[in-house]
Ligand binder design. Sequence first.
Ligand code: ZN
Length: 116
Amino acid sequence: MSEKLLPCPFCGDKGEITEVDSYSMCRRYNVFCKECGGNKYNDACSEAEAAQTWNTRPLARAERNKVLDEVLREFEAKAKACCDIWEKQGLITEAQHARGVTLYLEEIINRLKNEN
Ligand SMILES: [Zn+2]
């Protein structure tokens, strides 16, 4: 097994990757806690994917979203500086450029935030 499993999110004990019965043709895997039997109710197609699902934590997602927000703010500042140049050349208004860039980035970031 390549990916290290984090402690059980429900009781803190150890999880174990298990091949589960499946009605599909491919092998399916899930991680079950040895102590409480807790799992993420998401059978995966590979051990690595099962481990990744098990290791996903709400806090990790919140931290990732915080980083994404910081990236967006930083990009907005850079886009603003870029817009100043564009505006001076009369190619586009600052508002037009900034709005286009921001909408585009927000869409990408929202998509990332909604992923598991
Ligand atoms: Zn547990």
